[in-house]
Unconditional design. Structure first.
Length: 368
C-alpha cells in the first residue's frame, strides 16, 4: 500500500533542515516512487490550517547545502494548543483539533516533524492523541534530551568559532578586552565548544553562574602577565551569581530596567569600571544559525533523515531519531518532551578548559 507521509519544520531555523528533509524524502521515494509526501508550510501553522504542498522527488534535489527550510517555519507556543484556532470563532476547533483534523482528512500514515524543545512538546501531544509521529532533533543549542548531538549545532559552533577567530586580530592590535555573545538559549553547549575552539580566555555559561568581579580579576591578571588582550565568550543565557538566585519574575524585572538587554553589553558596562583596558562587544546573533550546513551536519542529517524514513516504512512511531555513542537510536517522545539537556558542571570539556587556564567566572583570584 502506498504510504502517505506528512512533514514539517517548526521553531527557529538552523542549518541542516533541508538536508534532513532530503534524507527523509529521498529514502521514501527510493523505497516506493508512488509515496505521497505532504509538506506543511510554516510549521505547525500549516498543519493546523491544512496549508501544504505535495512534494515530488525533484523537491529534494539540490537542497543538501541550502540553508533555512524550503517549507518555511514558525513558532507555535505549546501552552496555546488548546486555544481556538480562529480567535473570532468560539465554536471553531482548537489548534490541536485543527492539526488532528488535517492529519485525518489526508489519511496520513505518519508525520515527520523537525524541531527543538518546544516543537517536541507539541509532537508528543500529537502522539498522545493517536497520530503516528517521528521527530528529528533540530537545534543549534544541542539541548534536546536523549541525543548526544542535534543537527545545526556543529554548523553554528563553526560560525561562532570563526567570529572569535576574527576578533583575535583586532583585540590584539588595540590591546582590548572583547566580549563575544554566543547563542544557545539557556544552555552553554555552543559557548563551551566555540570558546575552546576559538581560544577564548574566559567562558561564561548559564550552568556556572559568574561573579563579574572574578571576570574582572581574570582579565586584570592577564594584563599583569603582559597579555595584550583578553577574549570573553559569553552565552546569551549566562547569569551572575546574584541573578541565578532570582525568580524568573525578579530577573525579568531587573533586565527590563537596564539599558542593555544583551548580556555582553551588560557585562561590558561592569568591566569598563573594573579593568584598565578598553572593552568592546560583538554580538553575531542570528548569523550563527544561517547559511549552509557544515560537512558534519550534512552527514548527520542524511543519516538521521534516512533512519526516520525507514521507521515510517517499518511503522515505528512515537520516537525522536537521535544519536547516542555514534549509533542511531529511537528516544521515546514522552522522555524528550519538556526536558532540557544542560552542560554538566563536571563535564570533561570544562575541566580540560580549566586545566589550560581558561576562566569560568567562578574562581577566587584574590590570592591567585
Amino acid at each position: 500500500m502506498t504510504l502517505k507521509v506528512g512533514m514539517l519544520t517548526s521553531g527557529g531555523d538552523c542549518q541542516g533542515l533541508n538536508s534532513a528533509m532530503r534524507g527523509v524524502g529521498k529514502r521514501l521515494f527510493e523505497n516506493d516512487p508512488q509515496t505521497e509526501v505532504y509538506g506543511f508550510l510554516d510549521g505547525y501553522a500549516g498543519l493546523m490550517q491544512s496549508n501544504y504542498r505535495v512534494m515530488k522527488p525533484s523537491d529534494f534535489s539540490g537542497i543538501l547545502t541550502l540553508g533555512g527550510t524550503i517549507l518555511g517555519t514558525s513558532r507555535q507556543v505549546f501552552k496555546t494548543m488548546n486555544d481556538p484556532l480562529y480567535p473570532n470563532r468560539s465554536d471553531g476547533p482548537t489548534k490541536l483539533e485543527g492539526m488532528i483534523r488535517t492529519y485525518k482528512d489526508l489519511n496520513l500514515d505518519g508525520l515527520v516533524i523537525l524541531g527543538g524543545n518546544g516543537t517536541h512538546k507539541t509532537a508528543n501531544l500529537l502522539s498522545e492523541n493517536g497520530l503516528n509521529v517521528i521527530t528529528l532533533p533540530k537545534t543549534i543549542d544541542n539541548d534536546l534530551w536523549g541525543t548526544d548531538i542535534t543537527f545545526g549545532f556543529q554548523s553554528a559552533v563553526n560560525i561562532a568559532t570563526e567570529v572569535i577567530d576574527g576578533i583575535h586580530s583586532t583585540a590584539s592590535s588595540h590591546g582590548r578586552v572583547f566580549i563575544i555573545e554566543v547563542m544557545g538559549h539557556n544552555v552553554g553547549w555552543m559557548t563551551l565548544h566555540a570558546g575552546i575552539a576559538g581560544g577564548a580566555d574566559v567562558i561564561l555559561i548559564p550552568e556556572i553562574p559568574y561573579d563579574p568581579l572574578a571576570v574582572a580579576a581574570a582579565v586584570n591578571k592577564r594584563a599583569r602577565e603582559h597579555k595584550r588582550f583578553s577574549i570573553i565568550a559569553v552565552a546569551e543565557g549566562a547569569k551572575t551569581k546574584e541573578e541565578a538566585k532570582m525568580s524568573k519574575k525578579e530577573y525579568a524585572e531587573k533586565i527590563g530596567n537596564l539599558p542593555f538587554l544583551s548580556v555582553a553589553y551588560r557585562l561590558a558596562s561592569i568591566l569598563d569600571k573594573l579593568t584598565v583596558q578598553e572593552v568592546r562587544c560583538t554580538v553575531p546573533g542570528h548569523f550563527q544559525r544561517g547559511g549552509s550546513p557544515c560537512a558534519y551536519d550534512r552527514v548527520l542529517t542524511t543519516a538521521l533523515g534516512v533512519a526516520a524514513a525507514d521507521w515510517v516504512i517499518q511503522k515505528k512511531f512515537g520516537v525522536m531519531v537521535g544519536m547516542v555513542n555514534n549509533e542511531i537510536v529511537g528516544i521515546p517522545l514522552k522522555d524528550v518532551a519538556g526536558k532540557v539537556k544542560s552542560v554538566p558542571t563536571n563535564h570533561p570539556l570544562i575541566q580540560s578548559a580549566r586545566n589550560i587556564g581558561i576562566y569560568f567566572g567562578d574562581e577566587d583570584l584574590e590570592n591567585g
